[in-house]
Write a protein that binds this ligand. Sequence first.
Ligand code: NAD
Length: 462
Amino acid sequence: MSVNEQMVQDIVQEVMAKMQIASDVSGDRGVFTDMNEAIEAAKKSQKIVARMSLDHREKVISNIRKKIKENAEILARMGVQETGMGNVGHKILKHQLVAEKTPGTEDITTTAWSGDRGLTLIEMGPFGVIGAITPCTNPSETVLCNTIGMFAAGNTVVFNPHPAAIKTSIYAINLVNEASVEAGGPDNIACTVEHPTLETSNIMMKHPAIQLIAATGGPGVVTAVLSSGRRGIGAGAGNPPALVDETADIRKAAEDIVNGCTFDNNLPCIAEKEIVAVDSVVDELMNYMINEQGCYLISKEEQDALTAVVLKDGKLNRKCVGRDAKTLLGMIGITVPDNIRCITFEGPKEHPLIATELMMPILGVVRAKDFDDAVEQAVWLEHGNRHSAHIHSKNVDNITKYAKAIDTAILVKNGPSYAALGFGGEGFCTFTIASRTGEGLTSASTFTKRRRCVMTDSLCIR
Ligand code: NAD
């Protein structure tokens, strides 16, 4: 798949023309008023899942994939309508990606040793019921991707979604349960509560049936989960820098970086949040960004005005997160044509619009005196999140040096950030990138425990 802006616009037009979202989207499969009830239902369901053959699990997953594709437009539109964030066309592509590239049961593999003393297997078994906390930035994408992986591994899941995206999350939870029942599986493979709160989240984290918690979100939720006393998978915040050196194809770098940065209005945690470029290429790079890639250059006064709106009293203004460049500029009284998709300026790394994870199409450019300086500034900007970073360079020594220094779960070379999700790049898709706890891009095998099965003195037939 490749992202082509025209293609995206065409999809959006088509969706707008043919779709009317039903005003009542909430069915009740998997949805409970009480968190304890939701967990009990998921526990019952898991007992059935544990007895299902892998083949049967795979049939359910195929039906989930089919339903995601059929509902991609609705889910995308709901997500944008409910949260006010993101881009419908891009969200459709994200759902298609989840449907096509999230690994299923094939991800669960076995290791074997056989010899004179018998046969030993390491099998990947389910945890049971997993608790999952999901963000408002990719609400249904995360619910769907988590459910496929967790269910493929033999688990069921209880979600505590972001309250600002609960309708969209419930729609996705209904969908996976419907898919399971239609394919002869149990109901409640994914459960949630009608009104998720910090309290329901706490009940979930402390419940004895929950053996593993996957937290996808900012630093607060990851810290809460890692302090819960349960095993936690922490998929936390990022602030990915895109480094450009003098060996890069500068014109292509400008295109890739702006494509990645503007995808779903910069909501993905992996998306380029700022650029660090060596001195000799900064002007050329910005030239391409402004003249060919729809970037609007803001003056010092406009930077100040934008900072005041975007970081109200130093805090991220939620009304700006996931908005497009035209809307953001409109907030400071600037009207721009429709081709403007990104905002840019040159500034020091400490500039608040550069150092903060904004999740908006604002790409500040930091000038570095040479490559080593660029690496140092990029590492500072990543804030030790160990999440994602990107580089545009043809020099393998430079790429290696940067990769070692920044030490992130994702490092895209010479492409847009979304290539890391398998979109225009090789590999599988996930929307939970365990940056804090080190599992990296999660998939079914991440949601398993290793079990050693030993037969002594038999079954070796070598
Ligand atoms: P958020 O941290 O505000 O919320 C995420 C989830 O955590 C929500 O369900 C929220 O209700 C819950 N939550 C927040 N604080 C909590 C606490 N103290 N205890 C229990 N639950 C709590 O994040 P968001 O705005 O929804 O999403 C954006 C953030 O998530 C960004 O920082 C982004 O980088 C990160 N993110 C990371 C990944 C990843 O895979 N690493 C993926 C998507 C988003």
